[in-house]
Write a protein that binds this ligand. Sequence first.
Ligand SMILES: [Zn+2]
Length: 145
Amino acid sequence: MEPDEHEALRRALGRTGAEGGPWVPVDFGCPDCRGVLYVAALGKRGWLSFRCRIGHAFAGDTLLAAKENQLEKALWDSLEVLDELVQLYQVLDGRRRANPTAPADPEYDRRIARALKHRRQLRRLIDGEGPAPVRARGSNDEEVS
Ligand SMILES: [Zn+2]
């Protein structure tokens, strides 16, 4: 990698105080272990290659696909947590209401309404337009979605 290319990558993707050498630390984590990723432009074509300290390695397009999968999993995990919260609020509120001496607590209704609103918004986001499909290297075919 040429020194000016190294500097350009460091400025575009790197962290301040980056170490020397062809591998530049970047500000996003490894999709497999969340460790620090490093990038280098390799070969005559300067393909970007990413790797973490423990050896997970990605070409640019495979890192993109891995990050999109990571995002989709995070969205579905968030939806699951919202479902669990609504269920927990309802169970706890039901038990509270079953006790005739318990004081009224409108906070449960607000929390349930807020969780259901967030669930609807998140579901719309998940069901909406997904990430752009990654095209294989050298492919001139139109994307099929
Ligand atoms: Zn890793």
